[in-house]
Design a protein around this ligand. Structure first.
Ligand SMILES: Nc1ncnc2c1ncn2[C@@H]1O[C@H](COP(=O)(O)OP(=O)(O)O)[C@@H](O)[C@H]1O
Ligand SMILES: [Mg+2]
Length: 325
């Protein structure tokens, strides 16, 4: 059985101007121990996808359709009470702003121990011991469990946050821009740590980022998201070396030094993702696409398998002459 199956997920936000169709028909799956990278510009629906899976959507956000199966259990239909029992044990999430997520007046180790007591029914003594073990696992000396958040550097807080996410032995861990706020050196260390833990603990992982270049080393497959939809999905080799969707190609062009140590500031793709209250008809990337022709603005391209394990939604995908932009 698959660890996670997301089928035609639709998550909208109700606003005074109408529904924001933040996630609009997203389908993907993940095996035990597998890592999926979810990439796209800001505002494309990546966080909303993660919050739908963990059922942590803010007020106004609602799963309007589709299925989210975690080891066969349909998450979309669980009640709040039921989800409380599953969250952190089946699936846990590390947020972008995680570094400020610890309560400043409580010892870091105690915040982890509390979660273990609540979810695992451990005694206080057992929970402290486990917090120390988790610290060691993420590369922090166990004796630092009694320190307060202000005594930790940014990188250490992020490590502690990962320890917190691991506290209840989740089968799936979602990192939503887990390294974006960190400098490049620490970023590489945290990614390495996540990769090492995933293999050691055989967890499934979804790594969300706007920066395609960090996914090459860590992921088995990559899904490229644009305007609420996945526009291309495939192995790392497919996406990095044989991309077919003009949006994927543009993302790669944003990070020209993908292979090199020295990273340039991304220049960005001209224009902006569309307003998701009233997205364009046809292909949503059409207004920014150098290849677009008549039908692109009226006919929505199907998400098709163009070679085994490689999918794309573009009228030009798989056609000879290709999709060079
Ligand atoms: N609480 C909210 N209320 C209304 N719209 C929202 C809310 N959160 C996110 N959105 C909108 O949903 C879309 C997707 O956002 P998000 O999932 O945060 O994208 P990403 O993580 O890819 O940057 C954006 O258009 C964003 O403005
Ligand atoms: Mg986000």
């Amino acid at each position: 059985m698959k660890l996670l199956e997301v089928k035609d997920l639709r998550t909208y936000f109700k606003t005074t101007k109408g529904y924001v169709k933040a996630v609009d028909g997203v389908t993907f799956s993940l095996d035990h121990g597998e890592c999926l990278g979810l990439v796209g510009e800001s505002g494309c629906g990546k966080t909303t996808t993660a919050l739908s899976i963990t059922r942590l959507l803010p007020k106004g956000g609602e799963v309007m359709g589709g299925k989210i199966f975690l080891e066969g259990t349909d998450y979309a239909t669980l009640t709040e009470k039921e989800i409380e029992d599953h969250r952190w044990e089946d699936v846990s999430i590390i947020f972008q702003g995680a570094m400020n997520a610890f309560n400043p007046v409580k010892k870091v180790g105690w915040q982890i121990a509390e979660a273990i007591i609540r979810h695992k029914g451990a005694t206080k003594q057992e929970a402290w011991k486990r917090a120390g073990e988790l610290f060691e696992l993420v590369g922090i000396p166990a004796e630092r469990v009694t320190q307060y958040p202000h005594e930790f550097s940014g990188g250490m807080k992020q490590r502690a946050m990962i320890a917190m996410a691991l506290a209840c032995d989740p089968k799936l861990i979602i990192g939503d821009e887990p390294t974006t706020a960190l400098d490049v050196m620490i970023q590489a260390q945290i990614l390495e740590l996540l990769e090492e833990l995933r293999k050691k603990l055989n967890m499934g992982m979804i790594l969300i980022t706007h920066d395609l270049s960090i996914l090459g080393e860590t992921c088995d497959k990559i899904a490229v998201m644009y305007a609420g939809k996945i526009v291309e999905m495939g192995t790392v080799d497919h996406i990095f070396n044989h991309p077919v969707h003009p949006y994927t190609k543009s993302l790669i062009a944003c990070f020209p030094n993908i292979e090199s140590e020295e990273r340039k500031i991304p220049e960005g793709i001209p224009g902006y993702p569309p307003n998701l209250i009233d997205p364009p008809e046809g292909c949503r990337f059409c207004p920014r696409c150098g290849l677009a022709e008549g039908r692109c603005s009226s006919e929505e391209p199907e998400f098709l398998e163009i070679e085994p394990g490689h999918f794309a939604a573009c009228h030009f995908a798989g056609k000879e002459g290709g999709t060079d932009v």
